[in-house]
Design a binder for this molecule. Structure first.
Ligand code: ZN
Length: 292
């Protein structure tokens, strides 16, 4: 059976067809231009593929409340032209299939706990560290939405003593995202992360901030695992520095076999950057099962 998967991003829309085992059968990338043109092109891609259902994981903020008149909308995004856009509605009406809808980071987490190294876990947190910083949360086997959805990129963090950068979040300046996303590296150091590979202080500071995020979710959500993905995490050794800082900050306070197994407790995404689109396939599979 064919399942449609859409990982909706601010620069590109990844559309794929997957099977019931989460295998990606084919995939295309459609640039995110203005909403109508982009949505029409996606409908065109899916319409002849005989999909059973569609799974969509989208950049936020999005409306995930099924009883809301704006369910399936992208809400207050600063991305020009996309605020208050109904993404899901036109696709469901055109394709006439059941659909699952969630936040992009929840999609990546779902991919990891369904098909990746975290398969079978029921309590996990996923951080993506790239252009933005986002968090996906699963508790008791369910993706957490709450009143909107978690926005773990905007928590407050303590500054590294050697860091004089003031932060770049348009809302909070020096929140986690404002201090540790990809663009903050450019603002602070004048170069992107991939040109700073040999600069230890860059990664010492980065790890210090991401370890604080791991500490915060450990204390608040008690997960079995914390997964870090996204472009910034491609820096070799960064995950080890996060683990070391986390251990130091925790100071032995939380005791669990999960946390003692630090290499698995704080870990990198395992699906070669396919975790997002594979999570979308799972959203579609679940939507099809629910509709039966
Ligand atoms: Zn912020």
């Amino acid at each position: 059976m064919n399942y449609g998967a859409l990982e909706a991003g601010g620069t590109k829309m990844v559309c794929a067809i997957g099977d019931e085992n989460g295998k990606i059968l084919e995939q295309v990338s459609i640039p995110t231009t203005e909403p109508k043109e982009t949505i029409d092109r996606m409908i065109d891609y899916f319409k002849d593929k005989e999909i059973e259902a569609l799974g969509v994981a989208c950049f936020g903020p999005v409306d995930l409340r099924k009883d809301s008149p704006t369910y399936g909308y992208i809400t207050s995004t600063p991305k020009p032209g996309w605020a208050n856009t109904d993404l899901l509605g036109p696709m469901v009406r055109a394709l006439k299939v059941p659909a699952g809808f969630d936040l992009d980071v929840n999609g990546s987490l779902l991919g990891e706990v369904t098909y990746g190294a975290s398969k079978g876990l029921t309590d996990a947190v996923y951080f993506t560290v790239g252009t933005g910083i986002g968090s996906g949360v699963m508790t008791n086997g369910k993706l957490l939405h709450g009143i909107i959805h978690p926005e773990g990129g905007h928590i407050q963090i303590k500054h590294h003593p050697k860091d004089t950068f003031g932060g770049r979040c348009p809302f909070h300046k020096d929140c986690l995202e404002g201090m540790a996303n990809g663009p903050s590296l450019i603002d602070r150091w004048g170069k992107p992360g991939n040109e700073l590979k040999e600069e230890p202080l860059v990664w010492e500071i980065e790890a210090y901030y991401l370890a604080q995020a791991a500490r915060a979710v450990s204390c608040l959500l008690s997960p079995q695992r914390i997964i870090f993905g996204g472009g910034v995490m491609h820096q070799k050794g960064l995950i080890d520095e996060i683990r070391d800082d986390f251990k130091e900050m925790m100071n032995g306070y939380l005791r669990s076999p999960y946390i003692e197994d630090i290499e698995n407790y704080i870990t990198e995404a395992s699906l070669n950057d396919d975790q997002g689109i594979m999570g979308c396939i799972k959203l579609a599979i679940d939507a099809a099962a629910k509709a039966k």
